[in-house]
Design a protein around this ligand. Structure first.
Ligand SMILES: Cc1ncc(COP(=O)(O)O)c(C=O)c1O
Length: 404
């Protein structure tokens, strides 16, 4: 008789977005005359930029001709895209990453979930709290997290690093020593970023203690401040302790197109074993490469036209972020984020829980956001709004919130 992977049974149900959906449906049924504005989900809304569409069309045409047809893509990615990434995201930023240290994939969610596979199940992981849930849940599936305590909503073997207003939503070095450290900056859900000097402290710590940092830079394109690093490889010594994850979802609207990449520098070694070689083996065995058409679309992100068009798209979302941030401040809320990220993180008023505030905002303003407690226990008492809606809806939502 077969057995299942019982670690899956340990996962507490993820009720966040389904509970939000149910509450919104119930509210709409009870108040069919009221319009709802959704500023909850982290999905983009603007169409793909013309340079990207053009590249996709021409790649589609190539697939229709015997001379230019492509079959399986190289499993680590086409040279043209890896070269464009190495140049655009690293060399131009003064970071020393070569094209053959980049592994193209179909997005950062898969990579952030799969990367733990190349590490021992004995490793201790450290995560920020609140956190993008994929890092925790995939380690639960692998059996790395111990037992779950429903009262504290914490796993016995995870090291939690609270990110609260008191520490500027930046984690402090943990008291216990982790083996794998998940960091995401600019951050989902708090919308906060760290300076290069702050990130350097983590790189030095990881090199000193022999830990690996898994650095999720999915929101890098939203950085507006000078002293915030765009890649962890801007920090000295990161090549020997950090893996970086990137996505084309938020910088170029590829949430439905699917493209991302992972960087593993060749200097990153456990004794004399190269993590680059392990991930290459894993990628080659379990992944057959992102589609040619999509990789050509990704290449267009780095063209002059693509860069100019995407700059405007980011500016559009960041205008929304400013509108939300300033509107909430005017209405008397305590707010952070929204400067280097498309997320605004607000403190719930009058000690409401995150879910109480969700109901309050839905009933009084018809606005849907995401309760902070859904991202971890330290998210309780906070609430996330996103800048990914239309400008008109964002303005309307803020007008409603101000009138509560
Ligand atoms: C921190 C973080 N990493 C990764 C992802 C997923 O990226 P992708 O669409 O490339 O899978 C998200 C999506 O919301 C995210 O917030």
């Amino acid at each position: 008789m077969y057995k299942i992977n019982e670690n899956y049974l340990k996962l507490p149900g993820s009720y966040l977005f389904s509970t939000i959906g149910k509450k919104v449906t119930a509210y709409t049924a009870a108040h069919p005359e009221k319009s709802i504005i959704r500023l909850g989900i982290g999905d983009v809304t603007q169409p793909l930029a013309p340079a990207i569409i053009e590249a996709m069309h021409s790649a589609v045409d190539e697939m229709g001709s015997a001379e230019t047809f492509r079959g399986y893509a190289p499993d680590l990615g086409y040279e043209f895209l890896r070269n464009a990434i190495a140049e655009g995201d690293y060399r131009l930023r003064g970071a020393d990453i070569k094209a053959d240290e980049i592994f193209v994939s179909d997005g950062a969610k898969c990579d952030s979930g799969n990367i733990q596979e190349i590490f021992s199940t004995d490793n201790r992981i450290a995560v920020c709290d609140p956190v993008y849930p994929v890092y925790v849940d995939t380690n639960v599936m692998a059996g790395r997290t111990g037992t779950y305590d429903p009262a504290t909503e914490m796993w016995s073997d995870i090291i939690y690093m609270p990110c609260l207003a008191e520490n500027g939503f930046a984690p402090e070095l943990p008291k216990e020593t982790p083996d794998l450290i998940y960091l995401c900056f600019p951050n989902n859900p708090t919308g906060s970023a760290v300076t290069k000097a702050q990130l350097q402290i983590w790189v030095d710590y990881a090199n000193r203690t022999g830990a690996v940092i898994i650095y999720d830079a999915a929101y890098e394109a939203y950085i507006s401040e000078e002293n915030v690093p765009h890649t962890i490889y801007e920090c000295e010594g990161a090549r020997s302790c950090a893996i970086e994850l990137k996505s084309f979802s938020k910088n170029a609207g590829f949430t439905g197109v699917r493209l991302g990449y992972t960087v593993i520098p060749k200097d990153l070694k456990c004794g004399d074993i190269s993590l680059h070689a392990l991930w290459a083996r894993r990628h080659g065995t379990k992944y057959n490469g992102a589609p040619y058409i999509i990789q050509r679309a990704g290449e267009a992100v780095y063209s002059d036209a693509g860069k100019a068009q995407l700059k405007k798209q980011i500016a559009y979302y960041m205008k929304n972020a400013k509108t939300i941030r300033e509107g909430l401040e005017t209405a008397g809320y305590t707010v952070s984020g929204g400067v280097n990220a498309p997320y605004i993180w607000l403190k719930t008023p009058e000690n409401m829980t995150s879910w109480e505030f969700f109901d309050y905002l839905l009933e009084r303003a018809g606005v849907v956001g995401t309760p902070g407690s859904g991202f971890g226990p330290s998210g309780e008492g906070y609430f996330r709004l996103t800048a990914f809606g239309s400008y008109e809806n964002t303005l309307a939502a803020l007008e409603r919130i101000k009138q509560i």
